[in-house]
Design a protein around this ligand. Structure first.
Ligand code: ATP
Ligand code: MG
Length: 564
């Protein structure tokens, strides 16, 4: 491609409202156009990158046994109603639109329901399973924040794959197979050494974790807990954690009620009572699958509702309302504790509270807290303690006993065991060898294709611009001509490289060399070749690697050998 024919030019500045570095660079280099927040058009250069990423994803999905298809963007409500995912209260990021007759349609944000619907005529016997299908296309989500450029679009490109299996065992095999394929995708994109398979929330219909693929980067929205020296990575939302031990008194002091009117929050409470925050205990009241439950964590922790749900194998976890709190504690909100609760209130105590001696606890009396509370003496020690706290930095991994390594990352893929939720709800079953009806085990697997382009732009760039990995660069070579004879020789080289199938962006513009070099750096093709009058005289060509900035001087044949 000749620069003089290219649709885009480089821009001095990105729009003022663009705050994400990936989008700033991609806009300035002419790869994308910002239509509005979270909505980007892919211009010719950007489209080439997207197509390269798609191709890598496609090859790996095909190699792992996936078949490609294309589902629709417009969605009828009925199939989503069957799985309770149509209501805006349940799924809050739907875009919806209307037919002329008033019928409301959804704009596709994921495709579990329609894929089951489409598979129904073809899956009825054990002989029809397993099956794996995927698509690469646009998804639409009404995201609250869309300030991270390509990392969080309201319209974005995703590869989504769905698998159907006879039973859990078959599903497991298929699932692991695609997990391995995912690893290969990130490897080929050059992100292999900074992308990790991370355990994350599996959702309410499975006891299992889902697996996220997270790329380490400071701009990531997710926080990852790594048990050092192991392959165990957790999203903070589910990271098991052990509180570092805090020195405890050897002697139990008498329990005492303290008057604490108007105290808000553990920090203030600890100050007023003259105790360490680590000696306070926070009691939160929840309704968990209809059972009122008091959940206690050490004061410097928060209750983690996902871990709570998983620990109790529950379907729903919600904070109790004011009336319930008043009823069970007999006090205003803010004074809940564990002593004297009605018998039908279940008590769940986090393991951070277990070792405490002389701790503080809400008194279940308005304006009162107890201090110097002790297990066994003042309240029965629970038979078992749970881990239901949000992990925080400094916590230990219960699996290795070591302090976690904590870092930020961006989710570039997510694979989910869906069990039989969607297939059951949408009434798709199969007949086994004995002619008996069986549920179908499903999996769902997403890769953020456009997000990956943003992640790569962010990860592989410097103050001069983009640095594309060879596998996805829009062009392999950026050819710069300088001077009259330089241009003639550059024309020849361009034709020769084209013949050899090398993809070249040829800067044939009549502008200063400095401008061409700056554009070469901003656009980020892996190699720059400079053909100048002086070089032609000496019979040499300069080859510069974008990644290292190193230049070597080569003869024509050496250059062709290197590039072609
Ligand atoms: P997030 O937690 O980042 O909002 P998600 O968990 O809702 O993402 P999934 O439904 O798991 O997303 O989608 C599969 C993949 O699609 C994600 O791993 C991510 O790479 C990508 N993705 C999701 N939402 C967006 C978005 N708004 N913009 C770009 N890519 C996205
Ligand atoms: Mg996800």
């Amino acid at each position: 491609m000749r620069r003089t024919r290219l649709f885009t030019k480089t821009l001095r500045e990105a729009p003022a409202d663009e705050v994400a570095r990936n989008a700033q660079l991609l806009i300035r280099a002419g790869f994308v156009h910002k239509e509005m927040a979270g909505v980007y058009a892919y211009l010719p250069l950007g489209l080439r990158v997207i197509e390269h990423i798609k191709q890598i994803v496609r090859e790996e999905m095909n190699a792992a046994g996936g078949e490609e298809l294309l589902m629709t963007t417009l969605q009828p409500s009925d199939i989503w109603e069957k799985t309770n995912r149509w209501d805006d209260e349940v799924v809050d990021n739907w875009f919806k639109t209307k037919l002329l007759n008033g019928t409301v349609l959804g704009v596709g944000l994921t495709h579990e329901e329609p894929i089951v619907d489409a598979a129904r005529p073809y899956i009825s016997s054990y002989k029809d399973l397993p099956k794996s299908v995927y698509q690469i296309g646009n998804k639409y989500r009404n995201e609250k924040r869309a300030k991270s450029g390509l990392l969080r679009g309201r319209e974005f490109i995703m590869k989504d794959l769905y698998t159907f299996a006879r039973d859990q065992e078959e599903h497991e095999r298929v699932y692991e197979n695609f997990a391995v394929a995912y690893g290969k995708v990130y490897e080929r994109l050059g992100l292999g050494d900074v992308t990790y398979r991370v355990k994350a929330d599996g959702g309410i219909f499975t006891k299992r974790y889902s697996d996220e693929f997270q790329t380490r980067t400071d701009i990531g929205e997710d926080i990852i807990y790594h048990a050092k020296g192991s392959e165990l990575y957790y999203n903070q939302e589910v990271a098991p954690s052990r509180a570092p031990r805090v020195e405890q008194a050897s002697e139990q002091l008498p329990m005492e009620a303290k008057h604490t009117p108007g105290v808000v929050g553990v920090e203030q409470l600890a100050r007023e009572l003259g105790v360490a925050v680590e000696s306070t205990v926070k009691t939160m009241l929840y309704v968990i699958d209809d059972v009122v439950t008091a959940v206690a964590v050490r004061g410097d922790y928060e209750v983690n509702e996902i871990k709570l749900r998983m620990a109790l194998d529950a379907k729903s976890v919600a904070l109790a309302d004011e009336d319930t709190i008043k009823r069970v504690t007999g006090a205003e909100v803010g004074y809940a504790g564990l002593i004297g609760l009605p018998d039908d209130v279940r008590i769940i105590v986090d393991d951070s509270v277990e070792p405490l001696v002389n701790f503080e606890l809400g008194a279940n009396v308005t304006n009162e807290h107890n201090v110097n509370v002790n297990w066994d003496r003042d309240l029965p020690r629970p038979e078992c303690f749970y881990d239901v706290k949000d992990a925080k930095e400094g916590d230990l991994s219960p699996e290795t006993g070591e302090v976690y390594e904590v870092f930020r990352a961006v989710e570039v893929g997510n694979i989910f065991p869906l069990e039989t939720k969607y297939t059951d709800l949408l009434d798709m079953y199969y007949l086994d060898e004995n002619g008996e009806r069986q549920s179908i085990v499903m999996g769902s697997y997403g890769v953020g294709v456009s997000r990956l382009m943003g992640v790569v732009a962010e990860h592989f760039s410097d103050d001069k611009g983009l640095i594309w990995p060879e596998n996805i660069a829009p062009y392999h070579v950026y050819l710069v001509s300088i001077g009259q004879t330089g241009s003639e020789k550059a024309d020849e080289l361009y034709d020769e490289l084209a013949k050899r199938g090398v993809e070249v962006m040829y800067d044939d513009r009549d502008v200063r060399p400095g401008e061409k070099f700056a554009d070469a750096e901003l656009m980020g093709m892996p190699w720059r070749v400079t053909v100048s009058d002086r070089g032609v005289e000496a019979g040499t060509y300069e080859l510069t690697e974008r990644k290292t900035g190193e230049t070597v001087v080569l003869t024509y044949d050496e250059l062709l050998a290197k590039l072609g």
